[in-house]
Design a binder for this molecule. Structure first.
Ligand SMILES: NC(=O)C1=CN([C@@H]2O[C@H](COP(=O)(O)OP(=O)(O)OC[C@H]3O[C@@H](n4cnc5c(N)ncnc54)[C@H](O)[C@@H]3O)[C@@H](O)[C@H]2O)C=CC1
Ligand SMILES: O=C(CO)COP(=O)(O)O
Length: 379
């Protein structure tokens, strides 16, 4: 008699995915291939029909066959009926309205998982904060997923990894055990702020990389922007309570590398068009899919100002978007710097650097106090 293979932990769990764009559909495939019982909600009935009947999403994932066990509907009530975990992947600016529509159909104990990488323009809130504001649920029922996750590569089953973060390690583990399969590996941590901001901030640096690429600058410029961009991302996120290790992990550096170097990235592509001389309005018209970085620049700079964090690269992206800086003038440092500065944050600290010093002090304080319970990328 043959032994049956051990049952996999995520097998059979009823989950829903809201949003059938490139990431929502790809994540639904990840979950279905991991053994979950998945229903994806598409706003447009014709898209729901194509996924349900043809097992295709030809606009967003051309050439990809979706799993036979993946179901789709344009009815929110049907998608959410009995769902224990609800993964949300709509454009960030539409999250609040979509949550209000979903609220009456959500199970009270359901875990809500944000797959999005933007901030709400009107409030500056992260997606998990919008979820906490709109839905009457315990913070332990909220999780976020982020990492180097270009949808089309994953839809073709090229291996990658991501981080699942929640205030509750148990929730993060429950989500990670469902959101995994042979080509997708989920790590867990409790640093929701760092994990979420990593995804938001790398988009802005990827726009900067696209801009210099479009101008025709080479690898030195791009490497300088990636490296200094990571410092900006870390300073910003730590100022808001993130653990610095998170920004050095998959949700920070990992995603920054993937997004900055891939032509599949919409943020990188939008930047490249700007660098080639297209105006923002024309770029927005050309981008068929969600380009979160363009909407995040304003709110991120406001949040940075509120904490006294310097973000010279993001500020230059704002100026290029506004048409007040020629893309070829973008540089991996502030052109207005009078004094040479230390490169490393520790040097800055020794020299009395302000925002960076405060960011580091906060990080050290967190570490000394045992952290915020944040853990590095760990399976
Ligand atoms: N595409 C990717 O590789 C990845 C995307 N993400 C994030 O996932 C989120 C969604 O992005 P994508 O799926 O790539 O975008 P997308 O542009 O491919 O799809 C967005 C979907 O939302 C629908 N939609 C548009 N407005 C809507 C509204 N008001 N209400 C409901 N649905 C609406 C669109 O019809 C489309 O089906 C973004 O925050 C993005 O940063 C995260 C990781 C990877
Ligand atoms: O978040 C992503 C990869 O991790 C997708 O990046 P874009 O939104 O720039 O396509």
């Amino acid at each position: 008699m043959r032994n049956r293979p051990p049952a996999r932990r995520g097998t059979g769990k009823r989950v829903a995915v809201l949003g059938a764009g490139s990431w929502g559909t790809t994540f639904a495939k990840i979950l279905a291939d991991g053994g979950a019982d998945v229903v994806v909600w598409a706003r447009r009935p014709e898209l729901a029909r194509e996924i349900q009947e043809g097992k295709r999403n030809s606009d967003y994932l051309p050439g990809v066959n979706l799993p036979m066990n993946l179901r789709a509907t344009s009815r929110l009530d049907l998608a959410l009926a009995g769902a224990e975990q609800v993964y949300v992947s709509v454009p960030s600016q539409s999250l609040r309205d979509n949550l209000k529509l979903a609220a009456p159909h959500l199970h009270a104990d359901a875990t809500i998982v944000s797959l999005m990488k933007g901030v709400e323009k009107s409030s500056g809130l992260r997606m998990s904060e919008v979820i906490a504001q709109v839905l009457p649920i315990d913070p332990a029922q909220i999780a976020v997923v982020s990492g180097p996750n270009l949808a089309l590569e994953i839809a073709k089953e090229q291996p990658t990894a991501a981080v699942v973060a929640s205030d509750s390690l148990e929730t993060a583990q429950a989500v990670a055990s469902v959101a995994r399969n042979r080509y997708f590996r989920s790590f867990v941590n409790t640093d929701v702020i760092g994990t979420e901001f990593g995804g938001v901030l790398k988009n802005l640096i990827a726009v900067a990389i696209g801009i210099v690429d479009g101008v025709g600058y080479g690898e030195n410029t791009k490497a300088s922007i990636i490296t200094r961009g990571l410092v900006e991302m870390t300073d910003f996120a730590v100022a808001y309570g993130a653990h610095p290790d998170t920004l050095a992990g998959l949700a920070g550096l990992g995603d920054l590398i993937a997004t900055s170097q891939s032509p599949l990235s919409r943020n990188n592509t939008a930047g490249r068009l700007l660098g080639q001389g297209y105006r923002l309005a024309d770029v927005v018209k050309q981008m068929q899919q969600t380009t979160e970085g363009l909407a995040s620049v304003g709110p991120v700079l406001e949040l940075a100002r509120a904490k006294g964090v310097e973000m010279p690269i993001v500020e230059q992206v704002r100026q290029v978007l506004a048409g007040t800086m020629d893309p070829k003038d973008i540089a991996p440092h502030l052109t207005t710097d009078d004094e040479p500065k230390g490169e490393r944050t520790l040097d800055d600290q020794a020299q009395g650097g302000s925002a960076v010093r405060r960011a580091l002090k906060r990080a050290f304080d967190q570490l000394r106090d045992g952290g915020r319970g944040a853990r590095g990328d760990r399976p």
